[in-house]
Write a protein that binds this ligand. Structure first.
Ligand SMILES: [Zn+2]
Length: 230
């Protein structure tokens, strides 16, 4: 997401007009050379990929117990090594349907470590198509920045336009991100990183380069004291 926000800030307006803003412009580097990570690094947004990657690595901590099958469906129990709490995972090989009792997919939109463990032991080294939600992919247009950009040379008008555009962008994000705990968590986490990044950028510029008198009221959320959870 850091790359996303950098693009937002620095991409020249002409280029922004030439392309739709997408959730990512670079593919994250997986922590391990696993097929499932290579696949998802290309399709998931960086923030979602990071969460998914943790689930994949967590499969190594899962103990697995095969409970049998009824012909079409295999049933497993999984639990974290050394823990007692179990989850039941049902897997239909023909349809590549995997359902876990923890309901992480239903809640967060990514497969849990339990379901991924079952896919792995069944030699499925990729996420089945039906478990890659469009809204978490880099192909999903999350914002239409290009339509919001106006080239204007007057510095004060430029700042005012930028401010208006940013208000619209972050308002849209707030509306969407408030719909779920997961989206809210990702948003607040990235807001902290974004605020830090912006502060670094602004510090690099000399004081004389900044025309503070043109900064509209309401931009103080970028200060170091900003608490996105408040
Ligand atoms: Zn699960």
């Amino acid at each position: 997401m850091a790359e996303t926000h950098s693009l937002l800030i620095w991409c020249p307006l002409k280029e922004m007009k030439a392309c739709d803003f997408r959730a990512t412009q670079s593919t994250p580097k997986p922590k391990a050379a696993l097929e499932i990570l290579k696949q998802t690094a290309k399709v998931y947004t960086p923030a979602i990929f990071k969460l998914f990657e943790e689930e994949v690595l967590q499969t190594l901590n899962c103990d697995l117990f095969y409970c049998g099958d009824d012909g079409a469906e295999k049933v497993y129990k999984t639990r974290l090594h050394g823990k007692h709490h179990e989850h039941t995972v049902k897997f239909s090989p023909l349809e590549s349907i995997v359902i876990c009792s923890c309901k992480k997919f239903e809640f967060a939109g990514i497969l849990c470590s339990h379901a991924l463990k079952i896919l792995d032991v069944n030699n499925i080294k990729y996420v089945p198509k039906n478990y890659i939600l469009k809204r978490w992919t880099v192909d999903a247009k999350v914002l239409h920045i290009s339509s919001m950009c106006n080239i204007h040379e007057d510095p004060k008008v430029k700042i005012s336009n930028r401010y208006s555009t940013l208000c619209r962008i972050f308002n849209r994000i707030a509306v969407r991100a408030s719909q779920s705990d997961e989206a809210y968590f990702i948003s607040t986490k990235n807001a902290e990183n974004l605020a830090e990044e912006i502060e670094k950028i602004l510090k690099i510029r000399s004081e004389s380069d900044l025309d503070n008198s043109c900064i509209p009221q309401g931009t103080y959320f970028l200060s170091h004291n900003y608490d996105p959870s408040s």
